[in-house]
Design a binder for this molecule. Structure first.
Ligand SMILES: [Zn+2]
Ligand SMILES: [Zn+2]
Length: 241
């Protein structure tokens, strides 16, 4: 009873609103979006590219998207829960640059739904590694968005996450405004591997928030493979169309 009264007072003083439409959210909600806005989030749906799982809009004999036809990625498979179209850019920007880290619950739920719906065999991976930020970026932002997502996933599935293996040693400018070609040179050789004995002959899943050109995931998996990893998968919240 007292708790209900306190909760009522809290809601009067600090009302919770949907992050997108500002509609009032009922108490004890776990998400930052109302059900209507949640249903608008653009899920990644079949048919999928056989390599990166991007939704295919054009078909060819290889079953690959244009990016995978053009690039010989060093990772073996990639999976993404959503397509990076409205309103996802707005949400992801708020998550990364405006400290709206509570959105991680919504994001990780989308990722878990994708895993369950499409039977992504997470149990086949020995280790989960979030894509790291450079220490300078980490200090600026205060958190690593990929690690927040990865932590909720590994907690949910009781999988081992390691943050001391993949290290970003090159401070690269933000990629958001870059052309595809620049992104590749920007992240080239950006990663180093510590404790390489922990990944020798292992299946590794790297987790990131967004795949665009997949240049970052490619650079990270190349470093992991060079250090002895047998198989590298990538799992991201979203992928560009
Ligand atoms: Zn809403
Ligand atoms: Zn693809």
């Amino acid at each position: 009873m007292l708790q209900d009264v306190l909760q009522g007072i809290k809601e009067l003083i600090f009302p919770d609103n949907c992050f997108l439409c500002r509609k009032y959210l009922r108490s004890y909600h776990q998400k930052q979006l109302c059900p209507a806005c949640l249903s608008l989030l653009p899920l990644n749906l079949p048919p999928f590219c056989l390599k990166c799982s991007r939704h295919l809009t054009l078909f060819n004999d290889h079953g690959l998207c244009l990016s995978c036809l053009k690039n010989d990625y060093s990772f073996d498979r990639a999976f993404s829960a959503c397509i990076y179209v409205d309103p996802l850019p707005q949400l992801l920007h708020a998550f990364k640059y405006h400290d709206k880290t509570a959105l991680r619950k919504t994001f990780s739920e989308l990722m878990i739904n994708y895993i369950e719906t499409y039977h992504i065999p997470l149990e086949n991976f020995d280790l989960i590694l979030p894509i790291p930020l450079h220490p300078v970026r980490l200090r600026e932002r205060g958190f690593n968005q990929a690690e927040l997502l990865s932590r909720l996933l590994t907690k949910h599935y009781d999988l081992p996450q390691r943050t001391d293996i993949l290290r970003r040693h090159k401070l690269t400018p933000s990629q958001t405004t870059m052309e595809a070609k620049q992104r590749w040179t920007n992240v080239h050789d950006a990663f180093r591997i510590d404790h390489s004995s922990s990944i020798a002959d292992k299946s590794i899943l790297i987790v990131d928030d967004l795949l665009t050109t997949a240049a970052t995931a490619n650079a990270a998996s190349e470093a992991l493979k060079n250090a002895g990893a047998a198989y590298v998968g990538v799992f991201s919240l979203a992928i560009t169309p």
